[in-house]
Design a protein around this ligand. Sequence first.
Ligand code: NAI
Ligand code: ABU
Length: 477
Amino acid sequence: ILLTSGLVLYPLNIPNYIACRVIATFLCSGEKEVDLAVQSAKAAFKIWRKKSGMERSRILLEAARIIRERKDEIATVETINNGKSVFEARLDIDTSWQCLEYYAGLAASMGGEHVQLPGGSFGYTRREPLGVCVGIGAWNYPFQIASWKSAPALACGNAMVFKPSPFTPVSTLLLAEIYTEAGVPPGLFNVVQGGAATGQFLCQHRDVAKVSFTGSVPTGKKIMELASKGVKPVTLELGGKSPLIIFSDCDIENAVRGAMMANFLTQGEVCCNGTRVFVQREILDKFTEEVVKQTKKIKIGDPLEEDTRMGPLINRSHLQHVLGFIEQAKNEGAKVLCGGDLCVPEDPKLKDGYYMTPCVLGNCKDGMTCVKEEIFGPVMSILSFDTEAEVLERANDTNFGLAAGVFTRDIQRAHRVVAELQAGVCYINNYNVSPVELPFGGYKMSGFGRENGRVTIEYYSQLKTICVEMGDVESVF
Ligand SMILES: NC(=O)C1=CN([C@@H]2O[C@H](COP(=O)(O)OP(=O)(O)OC[C@H]3O[C@@H](n4cnc5c(N)ncnc54)[C@H](O)[C@@H]3O)[C@@H](O)[C@H]2O)C=CC1
Ligand SMILES: NCCCC(=O)O
């Protein structure tokens, strides 16, 4: 299945169901391979940067069309790659081709401005690409992350070398294959495989102009430090511990659905999840009862089956890490209202899978570890509150600032509350929808820079100012 626009190493034997077994073996790219990938991207950049926006747009639209056409196949590979349900993987593939279409639409209208100066002189600006950009991805949305980074990068005239997480190396190769088929110059979108060392080689490379990273806060700090040595701009999409505030005047059915969306997509392994669910005391019991009822109904199993809604976690150590948080929560006084256990599906082929039952924790308090730290698993913590002022202060009392949500029927309160929330992405009466037209990114330690939306053009381009003299030079000497 693999044919790419640049340098890759080939996986072996992809099976057609999910079990705990090796699905692909890769060699990690070392310094030499990283250099080859960057050099081939650099050569492609020389061709690509000269193309008009319309020409780039046409190729991106063709790539979007191919992704749409191959959606089911890519979603199946993503499910095998990551473990998320195929139902959800298809939604990821949708936001991927939509992202390419969106930036194809912007490519042709990118430009600078003309400014009149005294005496007939004038100036103008050109919006120019940066060069070879690096994308480094996390394992939770492999194909989507690669698309969200490469689409704006390529639309602006850049080349990209992308490194997926070593836990999910496969699906990004399909994106490279599709870009090639759509007509990008060979090497424009290169994939290298590997872990931290490969990532470091990329960030340090002298011919790399920018790094866009999605992953954890500790790695984000290291990448920022490496990039700073070459004064390279970075985009950091990091972790979160986002609040979801449910006021008693909300539509409770929608609020319950919102809380489920905020916590259990992709086995809870989502950076913007609203895992601190603050519920106004008057509706705490009713809300909790309904959330627990819905959580117990989530179908866990083979993620390739159409009705499965929760697959296995990414790997054994992460599963143990998540279960460890639940143990600690119990020790600190939280009450497990449902789930939180290892789960062995009945299907014998799944018996070694990294499954757990989705968990709702009640009686949570602000100081508990489960409320303070990112768990990155299917664990919802419910907290009660009384007043708007109180909940705002508690919601903002975190070093993270990726997302936040509010459910209320009071439109004035909704806008007043989101204006005070310290988060880059806020939802009113919904959660975890990702329209590509809207910017996505964090405040505080959740990172900076944005993906999606018009603004991302600014993160993948630079402005050149040209000052044109129409008269004589008036020298001060
Ligand atoms: N804000 C956002 O959009 C998202 C944030 N995340 C965050 O990512 C974390 C989970 O993802 P992980 O893959 O475990 O994160 P991670 O930080 O361990 O790894 C992310 C990527 O960085 C690479 N890497 C690791 N060390 C590196 C180094 N020293 N230099 C260069 N590259 C290096 C890894 O190989 C991987 O490709 C969670 O904290 C989550 O919140 C995940 C998805 C989206
Ligand atoms: N679809 C939202 C992406 C969030 C994440 O990458 O974790």
